[in-house]
Structures are given as structure tokens and as C-alpha cells.
Design a protein around this ligand. Structure first.
Ligand code: NA7
Length: 542
């Protein structure tokens, strides 16, 4: 049984028991640290615990969207589809929790409300409360690790009258565990990001009538989901560990497709079309790798965007909807791409109606439905597929105070400031897993999570061994990193869309590009160099 550092209840408190928190717990146990994980849900899973909406599915292929740190774990698990559905991923996470006996160190149904750093003893005081309101706790720990996920602070926009509606309302990011049956109902769905695109076909297959309120038409790529073949599964088991090493050297942490290095301008028109066609028919994100420059040059991007629009248009049978459903206000890929299974085709059915809220803004919610463009759409249930306060929302929802009482939320008011997405100046011994300023959501999250957890584990091992009480990002190093992230982002097309990557979906949130777009491979080299130089850019305090 591990004993904590003097004066503390725990060496480490981890916030969140999704993929990041689970692996972090496992690794720190291996160091002999005394660890407690605090989790709001009543089970493990994080994103995959909360996002149980119909059709919820990962957009990274199953054979890559899994832990690779344990041969034993991967050998005992078999994925069934190319892209896993939420229930299968959640079962996998529970399988891992069982296998590693993780739950005994996790406090469920509990939220962390505040974390305060005490300079004299270099400990964090962490306050929690039970989600059922039955009390809370105060814990002291040397380190606090935010494993809170990038897309976990679900958000319903502040629609006028939103509490007036008499029927049930649901947010895709907090779906009821028992599921919802929409049979025979009139349903209003607001939002057409990934959650809307995935859930609308299933909701429409049950409901009598669906009214979809769309603010931005999104690019959708065909998922081409299918059952996995036995030989693919067997092969993936042989190569998973080797494959993960390659994934760490790939810009998005994905190896199942290759990026074509040739620029569009260097290709013959027929080769360009062929490359786009092959990748479209393969399904998934491979499409964006058709040629170099897609995310940096508008002209190259236009080739891909035009091709995507032409293929999307072919699925839409109602001529009056073609213009509405085709994205034309942003380059392809700068908002998160949605993988499509029958999404566009769903609008060919007469019981599915599309309301463009740019033409007909949502004015209010009433007892009976949604008023947009002066017309009331009566519905029995409303689904908010309206997304998240991404990247920062789950971190700043905890009242975090660092040295001299500085509040993280205030420090980040003009955009998140981190060194490498791992720590923030003024907040010693506080780590973020896949925090803003790291590649995170632009990559296969599992690869990024393993990369960060391994880095943090080595760092804590180094501090413990050297009897070092604290580690803190240096302000100059942080300023340089933030400037670097902005500079790289400005060389891409990403800032050209109102995306959640930019914080644009949250009224009043400062718009800065939050993830690091320089690639997981380069980023991995950078954090390895920093660690190799005894944590250059961090201050180590005795
Ligand atoms: P997203 O991708 O943020 O999508 C939210 C959707 O809700 C999007 O279509 C928004 O339009 C729409 N939205 C948000 N606020 C409003 C208001 N006020 N009025 C009308 N429409 C609104 O969230 P998801 O849950 O779909 O996906 C999140 C990620 O999970 C996804 O990217 C994958 O990585 C997995 P907008 O585009 O902002 O105009």
C-alpha cells in the first residue's frame, strides 16, 4: 500500500476517469504513488460514458483507437467494426478497468469543484462534491492532473425560453443511460456537427417527423463502416505495438492511411481526381491526405472541397436542399469533419425537414416547440446536438487557484496559455493531459493520451527520485510556446472557420486556435527534448 508524501492524503489526484485518467492511474501506481481519481460519472469512460446518443461512434478506426501500452490488454479484446460504436468502446474501457483493477482508486459520482495551490507546503487542496448533493470532501495532494477531456463540458446555448418547453429535452453529450425511443414523435434537433450527423439518421428512423435546425452546413465524408475481417484483427494484434511507434511519428497519430506528399500543383488533373476518388471511396479521414497543402493552401483545399461537394450533392435528391446542405462558407477540414452514414440521404425522406437558421434564426423556445424565422415548429422532444465548451471548458469549470491565488480561468480569459499543453506558469505541479496547446483533438486521442501520460509519469518519477517538490512552467517558455502555436496556426487555413477549435461556438469566448497544429511527430520530438534537457522551460523547485 503506497503512502503519500508527508502532509498529504495522496501523491496525486487525477480529475476524470476516461481514457486519460485510467491510464494515468495505472502508470502512477507503477511508480508506487498514492493516487485518487475523482470522476463525475458513476462509471469509467469519460466521453464514452456521457455521449450515449443514438449512432455515437468513433471517427478514428478501432484498430488504432485503443491502448497500446499492454500486450495483455489488447490480446484479450476483439473489436467488431471498422469504427466502433459507443457501447463497444465503453465495454472496452470497463474491460480495462476490470483487468487493471482500477475502480478501487476511483471515487465516482463526484465532481472536483476547486483546486488551490498552497505555496508553503507545495500541496494542492482539492475540494469535491457528490453529484447527488450529499456532501463532499477535501483532499491534499502533491500533484493535480486534469484528465478532463477536450470535449466534456456539454453546452446548451442560451436560447430564450429554453426552460419553457413542456416536453423532454436531451443533449447528445449527456444522453440518458436507458436510451430514448422516439417512435411516433415529432422531434426537433438543433446542431449538425458530428453528434447531429450521427444521430439524425437514427432519430429519423424512429420518429414520425424530424425538424433539423442547421446553422452551418458541414463537410461530411463517407464512413464506409463495416465489420472487421478476422485476418485484419489477427494482423493488428501482431503489429499493434510497432504500429503505435509509427503512429507517434505521424502528424495525426494515425497510420491506417498515408498522406500523399505531392502538392496538388505537381499532379496531373486526372491523377488528382483519381486520388480524391479512391480516398473518398475508402471512407474516413484518408480523403484529407489526397495531396499536400490541403490544410495550408486555399487552392489545394478548393480541389478537395469541390470534389467533396460534388459527391455530397449526389446523395441529395431534393434539388431545393442541395445548396442548403452543401458547405460553402469554410475550407474543408478546418471544422471537424463528420463521418457520414446515411446522413444526407436522410433528408430525402419527406418526414425530415431542414431549417437553415442563418436564414431563419432561432428566436425562442416555447412550451410547444421552437420558433425560427417567425414560425413555430411544434415538437414533442428537443435534441440539442450543440456541442461543447471545447478544450478549456472542463478545466476552467474547476475553480483553480495557483501561486499568489492567481485564478486559471482569469489567466486564460484571452485564450488558454500553457507550455506545451502540459502545464501553465503560476500553477506548479498541475498537469493537463492533452491540454490546449498540444496536438490533442487534431490527432488520434488515444495516441496523444499515451504520449502525455508517459511524459508526465517520467517527469513525476524524476521529481520524486530527486526529492524535488515542484515543477512549474516558466513564463517566458510559455509565452514562446503560445506564440509558436499561434504562428503555426496562422500558416494554416484553420483560423478561417467559426469552429470549436477556435472557441467560436461559445459566445464571448476569445477566439484563438487552441490545439497545436504542428503535428504529433514534431510535437513528440519537442517534449522529448524538453524532458531530455531536465525539463527545460520548467522551473524545478527544491
Ligand atoms: P459540434 O461539432 O460543436 O457541433 C455543434 C453543432 O451545434 C454545430 O452544428 C453548431 O453550429 C450547432 N450550434 C451550436 N450553437 C448553436 C446555436 N446557438 N444555434 C444553432 N446551432 C448551434 O459538436 P458535436 O457534439 O456535434 O461534435 C463534437 C465533437 O465530438 C466532434 O467534432 C468530434 O470530434 C466528436 P456551428 O457549426 O457552430 O455553426
Amino acid at each position: 500500500m503506497a503512502t503519500a508524501v508527508k502532509g498529504a492524503d495522496y501523491d496525486v489526484v487525477i480529475v476524470g476517469a476516461g481514457f486519460a485518467g485510467m491510464y494515468m492511474l495505472h502508470k502512477l501506481r507503477g511508480l508506487g504513488q498514492k493516487v485518487r481519481v475523482i470522476e463525475a460519472g458513476d462509471g469509467v469512460g469519460g466521453t464514452w460514458y456521457w455521449n450515449r446518443y443514438p449512432g455515437a461512434r468513433c471517427d478514428v478506426e478501432s484498430l488504432e483507437y485503443q491502448y497500446a501500452f499492454s500486450d495483455d490488454i489488447q490480446k484479450g479484446w476483439k473489436w467488431s467494426e471498422r469504427y466502433s460504436a459507443q457501447p463497444e468502446i465503453l465495454r472496452y474501457q470497463n474491460y480495462v478497468a476490470d483487468k487493471l483493477d482500477l475502480r478501487k482508486d476511483i471515487t465516482f459520482s463526484t465532481r472536483v469543484t476547486s483546486a488551490t495551490y498552497n505555496e508553503p507546503n507545495a500541496l494542492w487542496t482539492i475540494k469535491t462534491h457528490k453529484v447527488d448533493g450529499s456532501g463532499g470532501d477535501t483532499l491534499q495532494a502533491r500533484f493535480c492532473i486534469m484528465a478532463t477531456g477536450c470535449l466534456s463540458a456539454a453546452r446548451v446555448p442560451d436560447f430564450k425560453g429554453k426552460d419553457d418547453f413542456k416536453g423532454p429535452t436531451y443533449h447528445t453529450g449527456g444522453w440518458p443511460h436507458e436510451g430514448v425511443d422516439f417512435t411516433g414523435l415529432k422531434v426537433g434537433v438543433i446542431g449538425t456537427g458530428s453528434s447531429g450527423v450521427q444521430s439524425i439518421p437514427i432519430i429519423a428512423s424512429q420518429a414520425d417527423h424530424v425538424t433539423v435546425f442547421q446553422r452551418t452546413a458541414n463537410f461530411t465524408l463517407p464512413a464506409c463502416n463495416r465489420p472487421l475481417k478476422e485476418e485484419e484483427i489477427a494482423r493488428s494484434k501482431e503489429i499493434l505495438l510497432e504500429n503505435r511507434q509509427q503512429a507517434l511519428k505521424a502528424p495525426a497519430g494515425i497510420t491506417c492511411f498515408k498522406y500523399n506528399k505531392k502538392l496538388a500543383a505537381e499532379m496531373l488533373p486526372e491523377d488528382l481526381q483519381k486520388e480524391l476518388q479512391d480516398r473518398w471511396e475508402l471512407g474516413g479521414f484518408a480523403f484529407l491526405g489526397a495531396f499536400g497543402g490541403v490544410m495550408t493552401e486555399k487552392k489545394s483545399n478548393d480541389y478537395a472541397a469541390d470534389y467533396a461537394r460534388s459527391r455530397m450533392a449526389a446523395s441529395i435528391k431534393k434539388p431545393e436542399l442541395v445548396e442548403k446542405l452543401l458547405p460553402n462558407d469554410h475550407p474543408i477540414g478546418v471544422k471537424r469533419l463528420c463521418l457520414d452514414t446515411n446522413y444526407l440521404e436522410t433528408f430525402n425522406d419527406d418526414h425530415v425537414e431542414l431549417i437553415d437558421v442563418r436564414e431563419n434564426p432561432i428566436e425562442r423556445i416555447t412550451e410547444k416547440g421552437i420558433v425560427a424565422g417567425g414560425k413555430e415548429y411544434e415538437v414533442d422532444a428537443i435534441v440539442f446536438a450543440t456541442g461543447f465548451d471545447a478544450m478549456t471548458g472542463a478545466i476552467t469549470s474547476v475553480d483553480i487557484a495557483g501561486r499568489k491565488g492567481e485564478k486559471l480561468k482569469e489567466k486564460w480569459a484571452a485564450g488558454p496559455r500553457t507550455y506545451l499543453g502540459l502545464g501553465s506558469a503560476g500553477f506548479p505541479n498541475l498537469f493537463f493531459i492533452t491540454g490546449p496547446g498540444s496536438p490533442s483533438v487534431l490527432t488520434n486521442m488515444i495516441v496523444s493520451i499515451e504520449q502525455h501520460v508517459d511524459w508526465i509519469t517520467d517527469c513525476i518519477a524524476r521529481l520524486t527520485k530527486g526529492n524535488i517538490r515542484s515543477i512549474e512552467a516558466n513564463r517566458d517558455a510559455e509565452d514562446e510556446w503560445v506564440a509558436h502555436v499561434n504562428e503555426v496556426a496562422s500558416m494554416t487555413l484553420y483560423p478561417q472557420a467559426n469552429s470549436w477549435y477556435m472557441g467560436a461556438n461559445i459566445p464571448g469566448k476569445t477566439q484563438v486556435f487552441m490545439p497545436y497544429p504542428g503535428g504529433l511527430d514534431l510535437y513528440g520530438q519537442k517534449i522529448a527534448e524538453v524532458a531530455g534537457a531536465d525539463y527545460a522551460g520548467f522551473e524545478l523547485g527544491a
